[in-house]
Design a binder for this molecule. Structure first.
Ligand code: GAR
Length: 202
């Protein structure tokens, strides 16, 4: 069985889309073996626990430095035997060691059409604020393999979403989630599990 670990920081709606797909849907033969949040009290942890998924908070604040934090993350994820690490709104910048430990086996969902509105400082609502400020008429989401840069890895899927008059960052964020993120993230997991998409780094 193909196994995934999901890393989260917040509400966990993308995690929920994955959980839903594992329950008789697109990902019915795929198991979420671990959910890790860097934030205590993240609602994503509740979502995981509600479905009997092994979930815990591992906060960088509990470690002496980033290296020690990521060493432990590597150990825990390797221990889970996950085939793929899914960043579903995980807002901690990964260390090079972490990326190398799972080379070609980490994917990330980003709420814009990369290479627009991505890179350092572009995360969550901020991405949509910037898109509205720039006045783009089309935005969307991207799921990509993670390399050692920020949002620079090979693109797997993208889906465009219209920006409408009167959009606020919150309204646009919700539309991008509903019409793009919750669709392309499970689809990418499916494609990788089936060997239809393979990272060159693998
Ligand atoms: C999502 O919109 C995701 O694309 C974004 O954070 C949100 C998490 O929501 N990720 C990034 O901005 C990564 N750079 P969720 O916790 O409800 O899935």
């Amino acid at each position: 069985m193909f196994k995934i670990a999901v890393l989260v920081s917040g509400g966990g709606t993308n995690l929920q889309a994955i959980i839903d797909a594992t329950q008789g849907g697109l990902l019915k033969d795929i198991k979420i073996v671990k959910v890790i949040s860097n934030k205590e009290g993240a609602y994503a942890l509740e979502r995981a626990k509600d479905h009997g998924i092994d979930a815990e908070c591992i906060s960088p604040k509990s470690y002496e430095n980033r290296a020690a934090y990521f060493d432990d993350m590597i150990l825990k994820i390797k221990g889970s035997q996950a085939d793929l690490v899914v960043l579903a709104g995980f807002l901690v910048v990964l260390s090079k060691e972490f990326v190398r430990a799972f080379e070609g086996r980490i994917i990330n969902i980003h709420p814009s059409l990369i290479p627009s509105f991505c890179g350092d400082g572009f995360y969550g609502l901020k991405v949509h604020e910037e898109a509205l400020k720039r006045g783009v008429k089309v935005t969307g989401a991207t799921v990509h393999f993670v390399d050692e840069g920020t949002d620079t890895g090979p693109i797997i899927y993208q889906k465009a979403v219209e920006v409408l008059d009167g959009d606020t960052p919150e309204i646009l964020q919700k539309r991008v989630m509903e019409q793009a993120e919750w669709i392309i993230l499970p689809a990418a997991i499916r494609a990788i599990a089936d060997g239809k998409v393979v990272s060159k780094a693998k």
